[in-house]
Structure formats: C-alpha cells, structure tokens
Design a binder for this molecule. Structure first.
Ligand SMILES: C[S@@+](CC[C@H](N)C(=O)[O-])C[C@H]1O[C@@H](n2cnc3c(N)ncnc32)[C@H](O)[C@@H]1O
Length: 283
C-alpha cells in the first residue's frame, strides 16, 4: 500500500466512525508513524509502506476509530511550543488555554522583582506552569493538583522541558494544601467547569478519555469558581492578580460570583475564536 492509498483508506474508515477532520487525523497519525512533518507526506505519496508500517498504522487508525484522542495515540501534544506528554491521568491541554498561560507570563514579567511567584491551581499535565516558568526564568511556581498520578505526569513534563527546578509540585485538595501565609503574585487556574449532567453529552474523546475529576465542575459547572472566589484572597499579594479560564456561556455568572465576593474584575478576555474565556481580577 502506498502513502496515498493508506491516507485514502484510513480517511474513509475514520469518516464512518464519526471522527472529526478524518483526513487531517489520518495524516497526523501517519506523519507520527513515519516521523515526518505532515507536509512531507505530500512529497511521499508514492512511497510504499512496509508491512510493519502498515500494521502499525492499522492499529493507530483502529484506536482513533474507537474515538481515542489523537494525542493519546501519539503520546504528546504541543502547548505554547513545549512538547507535553499526555495520559489518561490528565486533561489534554487545549489550544485556548495557551492564552491563559500567555496572559500569566506577560503579567509576571512586569513585576520587576527578583522573586515572582505563581500558583497553578489544578495543574494537570503541568502545561500552564511549564509555559510560565519557561518565559519567566526568575519565577517560582507552585503546581497544585488533587491527583498524585496527574502530578507525576506534570513533574515528568517539567523535567523534559527543563523547568523542574522552578516548580514545586503540591498534592492536595485546593488551598488547604498550602502553607498558611503563602502569597503569590499570580493565581492562575483552568479548573473543571463542565456541569456534571453535561459530561455524558460530550464527544467520546472527552467524556471517555479525559479524567472526570478534570471535567466535573459540579451541578452547574461553577463549583470551583465559587471556591476560588471565596478562598483565594489570602493567598494573593495585595497587587497580585487571579486569572481563570472558564467555559462557553459562563462569563456573566463567574463575574457575578467574583463581584459578590468583593473582587475587582478587571477584564473578561475573549479567546482567539472571540468567545469570552478568561476572567482577570484583583483584590
Ligand atoms: C480542567 S483540568 C486543567 C488541567 C491543566 N491546568 C490544563 O489547563 O490543561 C483541572 C485540574 O484540576 C485538578 N483538580 C480538580 N479538583 C481539584 C482540587 N480540589 N484541588 C486541586 N486540583 C484539583 C484536576 O485533577 C485537573 O488536573
């Protein structure tokens, strides 16, 4: 079978399985398998696949047809230019979260202090903490998560991205895990924000593969925002900022939650698809 034939056959299979962008997904799997940039496939359409390559591709495409996310099959994803390993223990980093990391490091670099600190509440793969650490070499970041398996993955990612020395990994349930009196320049979080009953309606790639603890935001999806609004202030410096990602349609409710707890909401920022996505507030 040639590269072109493999692309056509696999695309047809993934289309039948209801996978979005089946041709792109096929090309990404094949490029990963052949260790080629995707565009190079186009220069190799007539190349014959070896039996080993054919079998490996068949296995990859079968898994993708069962709606396993591409990133779990390839083992990693890119976040702010960093390669981040993924597994069943953590949410796959989403492109819109790159904006949160960017707003975080842009704020920290304005701090002109020899020691700036940030808390990444619910660090998952560690993607936000790693991106901020890499852009602010003077920053110390606490990466908090409730799951030890998740935290182990975040540590591995920090090591592989050469920023482990800047990050303290903390296992615990919310702010209770922190030493009393600790205060950060920045608290950043992409907390679980899907309403519990909505999880079952999500695409199989999400509901069957992202950990439930990374998705479930309680009955109305807003449990973590109430908790952050009520509990974060003592952990934030007087001129520090909190930056939080949230889901579609949640902006007004979250703004209200923060204002009711006497936060000053500075901005609700759109993502690159013009959807309100990030709340920025201070004490
Ligand atoms: C939506 S994921 C975000 C992961 C990562 N920050 C990202 O943006 O890709 C939320 C994370 O919060 C963690 N988490 C959930 N409840 C928590 C709690 N009570 N305390 C600390 N972390 C928690 C989950 O384990 C999960 O890793």
């Amino acid at each position: 079978m040639t590269v072109l034939e493999a692309i056509q056959k696999s695309t047809e299979f993934l289309t039948k399985k209801g996978v979005e962008s089946p041709r792109l997904q096929t090309e990404l799997l094949l490029a990963h398998l052949l260790k080629l940039p995707r565009m190079k496939l186009y220069l190799n359409f007539e190349r014959a696949l070896s039996p080993t390559e054919t079998n490996a591709l068949r296995e990859f495409v079968k898994r993708r047809g069962q709606r396993e996310p591409l990133q779990h099959i390839t083992g990693s994803t890119s976040f702010c230019g960093h390669e981040i390993a993924v597994s069943r223990h953590a949410l796959i980093p989403r492109p819109e979260t790159e904006l949160l990391a960017e707003l975080g490091w842009k704020f920290l670099v304005t701090r002109h202090s020899s020691l700036v600190t940030a808390l990444d509440f619910g660090t998952g793969t560690g993607c936000i903490a790693i991106a901020i650490a890499a852009k602010c070499p003077e920053a110390k970041i606490t990466a908090l998560d409730i799951s030890s398996e998740t935290l182990a993955l975040a540590k591995l990612n920090a090591l592989q991205n050469q920023v482990a020395e800047q990050i303290d990994f903390l296992l615990g349930n919310g702010f209770g895990a922190l030493t009393a009196g600790t205060q950060f320049d920045l608290i950043v979080s992409n907390p679980p924000y899907i309403a519990s009953a909505e999880i079952e309606t999500l695409e199989p790639e999400v509901k069957d593969f992202d950990p439930r603890g990374a998705l479930d935001g309680g009955a109305d999806g807003l449990v973590f925002y109430r908790r952050l609004a009520a509990e974060a202030k003592p952990y934030l410096k007087a001129d520090g900022k909190i930056m939080l990602e949230f889901g579609d349609g949640q902006a007004d409710a979250i703004k209200r939650i923060f204002e009711n707890e006497k936060w000053i909401v500075e901005a609700v920022q759109d993502d690159y698809s013009q959807r309100a996505r990030i709340l920025i507030a201070h004490k």
